[in-house]
Ligand binder design. Structure first.
Ligand SMILES: *Cc1c(COP(=O)(O)O)cnc(C)c1O
Length: 498
């Protein structure tokens, strides 16, 4: 299988090259030239396989230039009992009959980003080796919270790499900040940036765009790279868990072979739900892909109207990992929906860049609506959903998963369909514990408590255990205390790499 740019100017490169490069030089995203279909035999065999074996089977279709041995090494280094606290890796919980929650947060940082970021470093270093690149890979990340920590855990102590993470000084939760400044590992660097997430992100983009700086690093045998969700190596691991969920339900006779399911995904950058789309194209029978937004509902509006318009206010919500107005991965869907019309995709992306808006044609919109359904959820309804789900089902949702559950309820009341449903759960409730505590604990218990005390209260009241990676975080030694100005980020990078 070969890869090409979604904007058409860069074609026929191998998977290893696509993963190593991350983004195409024409600004597009790398996409496979066809989507492989699983055979009935694959589905049958997968029923008796574990998560890792299923991952190898699926990855093999996309990584034609990797040997079976290389794929196996990558997969088992990523998903094992040291990195995940559940041997099923992405277990399913039954919320009510026919409605399943897939818990994607059993990795080291308690958010679903681990599913991809545990595997990406393996894929990246293997790709570099295969393409004859012996330099050191320097991963540069700007984070609004979850990605930074997941990338640090993924790249920690991976030979041939170093990772530098910038987070906005006042833009992440106390748990997220603590997770990052206590990060262990010989090749990890963390710095706060005075400013907001946009400042950190702009700073990182400027460093990537500085050719003289890249040249300087090159001379020292170093190359900058990104762990961003535009990299194909981050999307690919996410296709696996949707297929694995369906196989699991088949194996347990919860559904019959070929029976359609709905998949509900709390969406920000459109990466996770796009992986579900690829899974459907590989043969997972999907009735509806349900896209759940918070009040930054640029995607909900797009799926309803065909108009993508980022010219609106950015809202800070209690599901911050979905506070996004430019959903980069949507570009890959447009490429598929238009039948690989790279020129059309490129012109829409140009419009987005110049005017912040584009509108797709009627045929494309019809195709999108055939498969996707969307709605959004306010912060108030997010809290209500967490509270109701705990009261009625005894299941504790985090704020992002609650957006998905709320939107699914809206879908049910509109469609009345009885199709079995998988809801992607993207974070442990303890990762966003103060909002969750507000939803399920008495106000007098919650008021005046700091975030870490609330986690203990929440665990005591619900009997749900705090994940290892979060427990006792406030007592761990601080290992990183660099503060960078917005304009000084490049100097900070240079100093780290000295
Ligand atoms: C990143 C993230 C999301 C959004 O996922 P996308 O792939 O960007 O759509 C949702 N929930 C949590 C907890 C996340 O960390």
């Amino acid at each position: 299988m070969k890869y090409q740019s979604s904007r058409g100017k860069f074609n026929s490169i191998s998977a290893a090259e696509a993963i190593k490069m991350g983004i195409s030089p024409d600004g597009g995203l790398f996409v496979p030239d066809y989507i492989p279909e699983l055979k009935e035999k694959d589905w049958q065999l997968m029923e008796s396989e574990n998560y890792q074996e299923r991952a190898c089977r699926i990855l093999r279709y996309y990584l034609g230039d990797f040997s079976d041995e290389e794929i196996k090494n990558c997969v088992y280094d990523a998903y094992n009992d040291e990195s995940f606290d559940d041997e099923r890796i992405a277990p399913l919980a039954e919320l009510k009959p026919g409605v399943y929650i897939q818990e994607l947060w059993h990795g080291p940082t308690s958010a679903f980003k681990d599913m991809a970021l545990q595997l990406l470093p393996q894929l990246m270093t293997t790709s570099a080796r295969k393409t004859g690149d012996n330099g050191e890979i320097i991963i540069l990340v700007a984070t609004s919270g979850d990605t930074g920590k997941a990338a640090l855990e993924g790249f920690k102590d991976i030979a041939g790499t170093r990772i530098i993470v910038f987070y906005p000084e006042d833009g992440v939760s106390e748990v997220q900040k603590r997770q990052m400044i206590t990060q262990e590992g010989k090749n990890v660097y963390v710095a706060a940036v005075s400013g907001n997430f946009d400042d950190a992100q702009t700073g990182v983009k400027n460093i990537f765009a500085d050719h003289a700086f890249a040249e300087r690093l090159n001379k020292q045998g170093m190359k900058l790279s990104s762990a961003n969700s535009i990299n194909w190596g981050r999307l690919l691991p996410q296709i696996v868990y949707y297929i694995s969920a369906y196989v699991e339900l088949r194996a347990k006779r919860k559904l019959v072979s070929g029976e359609p399911v709905n998949i509900v995904v709390p969406t920000g950058n459109f990466g996770n739900i796009l992986a579900a789309y690829y899974a459907s194209r590989m043969g997972l029978p999907v009735h509806k892909l349900i896209c759940a937004s918070n009040t930054n509902k640029v995607l909900d509006d797009f799926i309803r109207t065909g108009i993508y318009d980022r010219n609106r206010n950015f809202e800070k919500t209690i599901s911050p990992s979905m506070d996004i107005l430019i959903s980069s991965n949507l570009e890959r869907l447009l490429y598929e929906i238009t039948g690989h019309d790279a020129a059309r995709v490129a012109s829409w992306m140009e419009e987005l860049k110049t005017s912040g808006r584009y509108e797709v044609d009627a045929v494309s919109l019809t195709r999108i609506k055939d498969l996707f359904w969307s709605e959004f959820c306010t912060d108030e309804d997010t809290i209500k959903t967490i509270s109701a789900c705990w009261d009625k089902q005894g299941y504790l949702l985090d704020t992002h998963t609650a957006v998905a559950v709320n939107v699914y309820e809206k879908y049910l009341s509109e469609s009345k369909d009885r199709v079995k449903t998988i809801i992607a759960s993207t974070a442990s409730p303890f990762k966003f514990g103060s909002s969750v505590a507000q939803a399920v604990l008495e106000p007098k218990i919650v008021s005046g408590q700091d975030e870490f005390a609330l986690l203990d209260q929440l665990s005591a009241a619900t009997g749900v255990k705090i994940p290892e990676g979060i427990k006792g975080l406030e007592k761990r030694p601080v290992l990183h205390n660099t503060l960078s100005t917005r304009d000084g980020m490049q100097d900070t990078v240079a100093a780290f790499l000295e």
